[in-house]
Design a protein around this ligand. Structure first.
Ligand SMILES: Nc1ncnc2c1ncn2[C@@H]1O[C@H](COP(=O)(O)OP(=O)(O)OP(=O)(O)O)[C@@H](O)[C@H]1O
Ligand SMILES: [Mg+2]
Length: 175
């Protein structure tokens, strides 16, 4: 038992978390922009939150930060949209295949997360399990009264994603 404990401890990946609050769609875009500036190939950012919580709004900002010229739009029907910026960016919305992990193979999931893309994933239910270095951003509406306020909770696991989260926080706090 003791040996098992020791092994689990040794392999525990680094973990970081941060909270953000925004009070308008524009501020959520700017928050995304400050993350987008730091994205590199093979970074994966999973976005969860209710319908209309602001995932796509956040992704639009990420695109700006990654120097994507086209406006990022919701790929609900196409599942994946690819953009060319400072790095290639793939934006996915897996809402329609939530609950069916086999569909991940059909869309070429591994090629995206192991390739040249930085990857943003809305409704990542089918993809949550298989990644060992990943950032998860959960968006919530903290209050029904303040309908334009959003709370974002970011959790990064793994060496690269924790570094990415620290860079993002530093840029956001100095902006
Ligand atoms: N602080 C805020 N941040 C982001 N969006 C906000 C904020 N306040 C209000 N909104 C509004 O909430 C909506 C968010 O829509 P968006 O498409 O980004 O959500 P989504 O999470 O991608 O939804 P879906 O699950 O349908 O893909 C927009 O209409 C936006 O104007
Ligand atoms: Mg969306």
């Amino acid at each position: 038992m003791e040996a098992d404990k020791g092994r689990a401890k040794k392999h525990k990946p680094p973990r970081e978390e941060a909270y953000f609050e925004t009070s308008s769609p524009d501020e959520t875009r700017r928050l995304g922009q400050s993350l987008g500036q730091h994205l590199r190939a093979r970074d994966v950012v999973l976005l969860t939150g209710d319908l209309g919580s602001g995932k796509t709004t956040f992704c639009k900002g990420v695109g700006l930060g990654a120097d994507v010229e086209d406006e990022i739009t919701s790929p609900t029907f196409t599942l994946i949209a690819e953009y060319e910026g400072r790095i290639p960016l793939a934006h996915m919305d897996l809402y329609r295949i939530a609950g069916d992990p086999r569909k991940l193979d059909e869309i070429g999931w591994d090629d995206y997360v192991e390739g040249e893309f930085a990857v943003l994933v809305e409704w990542p239910l089918t993809a949550l399990g298989g990644l060992d270095d990943v950032m998860h951003v959960q968006i919530e509406r903290p209050s029904l009264m303040r309908f334009q306020s959003r709370r974002l909770h970011a959790i990064a696991v793994g060496t690269r994603s924790t570094e990415l989260l620290k860079e993002w926080v530093t840029t956001w706090e100095s902006s």
